[in-house]
Design a protein around this ligand. Sequence first.
Ligand SMILES: C[S@@+](CC[C@H](N)C(=O)[O-])C[C@H]1O[C@@H](n2cnc3c(N)ncnc32)[C@H](O)[C@@H]1O
Length: 240
Amino acid sequence: MPELFGPAYAALYDSLYAAKDYAGESRLIQRVLNEYGSFPAHRVLDLGCGSGRHAVELAKLGYCVTGVDRSAAMLAEAERKGVRLIQSDLKELELEETFDAAIMMFAVLGYQLTNDDVDAALRAAHRHLRPGALLIFDCWYGPAVLAQKPSDRTIVVDTSNGPITRRSTATLDVCRRVCNVTFHIDPDLTETHTVRYFFADEILRFVKSAGFDLLRFGAFPEFDRDPGPDTWNVMAVARS
Ligand SMILES: C[S@@+](CC[C@H](N)C(=O)[O-])C[C@H]1O[C@@H](n2cnc3c(N)ncnc32)[C@H](O)[C@@H]1O
């Protein structure tokens, strides 16, 4: 299988998502940590940290963030921002330390396609958390994916080398509960990302079996709203 988040795609990642509100999402994470946490969180583990943009925003809010990702190219982008980093498949992570909180943001859980992989990812988060610490993650919400269906899109973004066009073509695979999204940037740069969507009852079961209590399953980023068929992204808060 071709490498995901390879060097060419990773180099464009921050430009492609320049409009994503990482600062606002990080403030929401801070709010959730304050409202749902049973102790003040300082040390945060960012699983699937990518190019490190939550880590940078969380650091501005006073958190000390360690990022984990399997893509060397994404980590190279994060390294430029001064984030503390570990290259690992998050499912196999074995650090001799625990954290006050963990995050898995921008559908990282959805990249774990099988039930075993989802279990392994959540267990890895759990074994790196202090008892009572929070795990916060967003994912695609099944009822919305089935109601809205993935669609083809084209965006044009600015980069330091001028504007680029990214065309994405998407298909739904209801048997595997995934969307296959192929990004076409130029003839040499094509990546197909297979992303799983989740239903509320599965999330409840997955987090419980990894040792967490599910505290909240809300719309994302409109976290105070309950999810519905209009809510492609949802955010879960679980306590270890
Ligand atoms: C959509 S990006 C999100 C990156 C970042 N969290 C953000 O919000 O911009 C998904 C990231 O998860 C990483 N990832 C997915 N599955 C992983 C795994 N099993 N272990 C480590 N990293 C993983 C990918 O390499 C990629 O950097």
